[in-house]
Design a protein around this ligand. Sequence first.
Ligand code: SAH
Length: 359
Amino acid sequence: MINMTKSIYSILDKAYNTYSLDKSEISYLLKTEENNKIFSAADKVRKEHVGDKVHLRALIEFSNYCKQDCLYCGLRRSNTKIIRYRLEPQEIINSTKKATEYGYKTIVLQSGEDLYYTIDRMSKIISEIKKFDIAVTLSIGEKTFEEYKAYREAGADRYLLRIETTDEVLYAKLNPGMSLKNRMRCLEDIKKLYYEVGSGIMVGLPGQTIESIAEDIAYFKSIPIDMAGVGPFIYHPDTPIEKTKGNYFELTLKVMAILRLLMPNINIPATTAMDVLNSNGRLIALQCGANVVMPNATETTYRKYYEIYPGKICINDSPKYCRFCIESKIKSINRNVAKSKGYHRSSLNLAEKHERTQK
Ligand code: SAH
């Protein structure tokens, strides 16, 4: 008989000493009920490698139009119940300026895949907001190499594109008209262009297995990514997906914790969806390996329409309120808000590499 206690310690020791685990060991950690041992190991590694500072990324949800039809997402094009909105370039620039006045050093521009923002429009927005001396992250979906290149040249520093799941069959089922192969191609292009690469998954998707999550983790390590955003899947009644059975809060925490053990100095956000399942969700995540929070900096009027999933937090709050609220929460767990732009340490020379390729 396997000695369970010995096994968990030997796996955690191996992770601590080598930053690598095979897929069966990752699956073991995902399945064991000894969650707290994994969480404290991840918290220790987080402290040793990225410290106590928490990096804030202001999230501006600038359009909820989307040409895609992902089964899990409230923004899917077939959802006729949602009220659509998009911000004009000048509004995006104004919102960004305001966010910088609240001390944010990174802005994340996120939207559905909205064709209104042509290469030209988007590039202009990026180059305008780069004048505010901030890091810019884009989270606007699947694009061509040329588009990614244009945005990088306009000044975007990071790109966030969750793989969602590396299970090819599940991916095809959940994302009609899309393919895992193309999503991986996007991440490869983003990497080639020396962006900081952010990816991630949803945990608890109907049909997802523990083994496929172990594959996801191994995939992130193989790229390797600079940032991993992992959140629980939350059922949206205006989508055709099945309802999830069970609560995936703890499993999501474990995925974050394992990513921290295997990639000790990457950025890991305590994702907003965690707060939907537990009102202290993000604070708990910050104590299980996470070191980043992405507060909402979208104007209050638009927030409720960016309904990827229901029950989103802070929909009646203002950008200013969210900024100060999050800081007090972070202080309540004896951590502090970072003042730097918060690049992933191993990617600090990316800008230089990128410039070299331009010559
Ligand atoms: N169009 C962009 C941004 C998508 S929204 C893109 O494709 O990258 C950001 C993330 O929200 C998605 O990557 C997905 O992981 C998550 N999401 C979508 N629907 C969700 C749901 N029902 N529950 C939880 N997270 C969801």
